[in-house]
Design a protein around this ligand. Structure first.
Ligand code: ADP
Ligand code: MG
Length: 699
């Protein structure tokens, strides 16, 4: 039955089938079974009228209809009733079907009334409540826990509103035999985690009789969802480890040693050393490395990346480093050229703006092997970039690269795919990392270089602008530099641009030349102009940098000590944290000033407070995940992996951890899942395997 086309379900037919397919992607009865309610209306309880206290909340009450009359004229004409129980009375209002309702409702009778509380003139009323006369039978039938399904206008026009869908689901479940919904989890797991059987869970997720049944069903289905995802990810990881041969870099040679002893201008932090060791072990293991390095802004990922590249060079291979923007790539290029100095390593730069003879020369050197390291933008993945022997590809701020771009880099290896190191400054909550990068190895640089003072973050409303400016002046007088950042998003680009320019002009008045010099950088400028302005700021020729979020990632100006973020409430948490990370890079005390209007939404207030309270990227990431949900976290939008039916990585961390643990244990003892007690797992993986293959290649 589950494979049957949806038009053949009783009550559907060709027309409704058409909208079900178009609007909900429901093609078969099986699809419908997995169209879960998004909420439930608890009609198992009756409220007393006195207890109606929350606007917008739905209530079921029971009482006598005391009054019913039509008031008003024309469009204002409405039917008004009063319902009374032993605790009080509430007004009921209808604007439509007035005549019909007036005929069918009767004062003096008892009704079950279901409606949403609206506040009007300081009192609550129900507009268009559902009314049902109390008779011997229906007081029982009204006691339900009703599922509410996501629907659309087009579906509603075909009679498939929440109620219509409810009826279809009832029909489907009534006609479904238990054998058609096989159990997917082994009995020992059901026992160990006290999970409801699948059949029961699918029944109860649609039609629970009470909250407990609903909770049990939800937990079981979430567990299943997360468990199979983890099982697949861990399988992929095992297979990759077993099968994907990689270059062996077992030599620590001249380049690495001379750099370490002669060039490195600081002592590595313990965390940097640990991560470099982890990378070194990977590179020598004979398998392709796929490692994610997470490290908060300023944790020193560049040095780690460079030392990994030096290992490749010592073993006779080339390395590349890809950054998401021109500015960042440039900055990496100049940092790294400075760091390697006269070690005799050839470092090149390649981006879309490198053209003609210059480009040809670089391409020739890459093809011949004369160039050891190339740093650039996504231009590096273009077909016309050919390496002699690419052994290591490093991707900085990986979430800005599409999956395809990463995959393209793989193909550039010499026979084997290059080792891949992905670096991100966006700390990812553990639950998300387990899923998004479940098949990657993860290193964390969880220590900042010594001597850094934690950044002080302050929230100021617009009325305090003068004080903010006074503060900027003080810092500039001490020889420091200041960023002033404005939001810029596509949807409101024009207004944002005006806002940015107005801010720039105001600053130019308040910080006049020649005493002050101001740079401005935004996305609409040509790359060369941006770079020019950026460089002026980097060299300290300008004291203030007015910018949009183009400076968000990576830019390193240690002398900058103040980050002023305008309209801070419009930024997401991870963005705010990234921006803040632009300061506090030198030894000076640094500040981040979040400027907002006086009124803030609850979420915005929590974001701002989180920023004021903590500098810990992981804490911020967890809060972000909780506030926004995983689908909206930066870099995850395109990830099909996070499209769960029920599971929510922000809330279901415990279930996820348990699911991952048991998945790991099972694979440890029975990698091929051939043991009889794992038969159900193997069968379920075979059924759902096709979808999984798509994203198994992602990393
Ligand atoms: P990120 O992880 O944000 O990419 P960077 O690699 O840009 O950080 O490093 C930030 C700054 O810290 C740079 O100026 C770098 O030279 C410096 N740095 C990195 N590691 C250390 C260290 N172990 N000790 C002192 N300074 C360091
Ligand atoms: Mg960096």
């Amino acid at each position: 039955m589950l494979d049957t086309a949806i038009e053949y379900l009783k009550g559907v037919g060709p027309q409704r089938a058409d909208v079900l397919k178009k609007e909900l992607g429901v093609f078969t009865c099986g699809d419908l079974l997995f169209h879960f309610p998004f909420r439930y209306i608890d009609r198992t309880k009756f409220h007393r009228i006195r207890d109606i206290q929350t606007e917008g909340e739905q209530y079921q009450i029971k009482g006598i209809l005391r009054r019913l009359e039509t008031v008003g004229e024309g469009r204002a004409k409405r039917l008004v009733g009063t319902l009374r129980d032993e605790t009080g009375s509430i007004e009921l209002v209808w604007f439509q079907a007035v005549q019909w309702l007036e005929r069918s409702l009767h004062t003096g009778k008892e009704y079950v009334v279901f409606g949403r509380a609206a506040a009007f003139n300081g009192r609550f009323n129900f507009t268009h409540p559902e009314m049902e006369e109390v008779t011997a039978e229906n007081t029982q039938s009204a006691r339900t826990f009703d599922p509410v399904y996501p629907s659309t206008d087009k579906l509603t026009q075909k009679g498939l509103d929440a109620k219509g869908l409810r009826k279809l689901l009832r029909t489907l479940l009534d006609g479904l035999a238990r054998t058609e919904v096989p159990e997917t989890l082994p009995d020992f797991m059901l026992d160990a985690y006290r999970l409801a059987p699948r059949w029961e869970a699918l029944q109860k997720i649609h039609f629970p009789e009470n909250q407990q049944e609903l909770d049990a069903a939800t937990r079981r289905l979430k567990f299943e969802e997360l468990f199979f995802l983890q099982l697949r990810l861990l399988q992929i990881r095992r297979r990759r480890k077993d099968a994907s041969r990689g270059f062996v870099f077992d030599k620590i040679g001249d380049c690495f040693n001379r750099f370490y002893h002669e060039k490195l201008p600081f002592e590595l932090t313990g965390a940097q050393k640990r991560v470099i060791r982890e990378i070194r072990t990977d590179l020598a293991a004979g398998q392709q490395m796929n490692r994610l390095v997470q490290g908060d802004v300023g944790s020193g990922k560049t040095a780690v990346a460079l030392m990994a590249m030096l290992m490749a060079i010592d073993n006779g291979y080339q390395a590349c480093l890809m950054a998401p923007t021109e500015i960042l790539a440039q900055q990496h290029f100049s940092n790294i050229t400075d760091l390697v100095g006269d070690l005799g390593i050839s470092v090149g730069f390649l981006s879309g703006t490198v053209k003609g003879k210059k480009r040809e020369a670089i391409l020739a050197e890459l093809a011949s092997g004369a160039m050891h390291i190339v740093i650039g933008t996504h231009a590096l993945v273009e077909d016309w970039v050919v390496f002699q022997k690419l052994g290591l590809a490093i991707i900085d701020e990986q979430h800005r690269f599409g999956v395809e771009q990463r995959a393209a880099l793989w193909k550039k290896g010499a026979g084997l795919p290059p080792h891949v190191l992905v670096m991100t400054a966006t700390p990812i909550p553990r639950t998300l990392a387990m899923t998004l990068y479940g098949d990657l190895d993860v290193s964390v640089i969880d220590e900042l270089p010594p001597g850094r003072k934690p950044i002080t973050t302050i929230h100021k409303t617009e009325q305090h602008r003068l004080r903010v400016q006074g503060f900027m002046r003080e810092e500039i007088a001490k020889g420091r530099q200041v960023y002033v950042v404005y939001p810029m998003i596509e949807e409101t680009e024009k207004a944002d641009m005006l806002n940015l320019m107005a801010g720039y002009e105001a600053l130019s008045r308040d910080f006049p030349a020649p005493e002050y010099q101001i740079s401005i950088v935004h996305g609409k400028m040509k790359a060369a102009d941006k770079d020019f302005e950026m460089q002026r700021f980097v060299r300290g020729e300008t004291q203030i940098m007015v910018a949009t979020t183009v400076i968000e990632v990576g830019v390193n100006v240690p002398n900058a000590s103040v980050m002023v973020i305008e309209n801070a409430d419009r930024f997401g948490l991870s963005q705010l944290h990234q921006l803040r990370g632009r300061v506090g890079r030198g030894a000076e005390q640094s500040y981040c000033v979040l400027v907002t209007g006086f009124k803030l939404s609850t979420d915005a207030r929590e974001r701002i407070q989180t920023m004021v309270q903590t500098n810990d990227g992981f804490v911020i990431a967890e809060t972000d995940l909780r506030l926004r949900g995983p689908g909206n976290m930066e870099g995850t939008q395109q990830s099909g992996m996070l499209r769960f039916l029920l599971a929510d990585l922000g809330r279901d961390g415990q279930i996820l951890t348990a699911a991952r643990e048991i998945a790991a244990r099972i694979l440890e003892s029975d990698p091929a899942l051939t043991a009889p007690e794992h038969r159900r797992l193997l069968e379920h993986l075979a059924v759902t395997g096709k979808e999984a293959r798509v994203w198994s290649r992602i990393s």
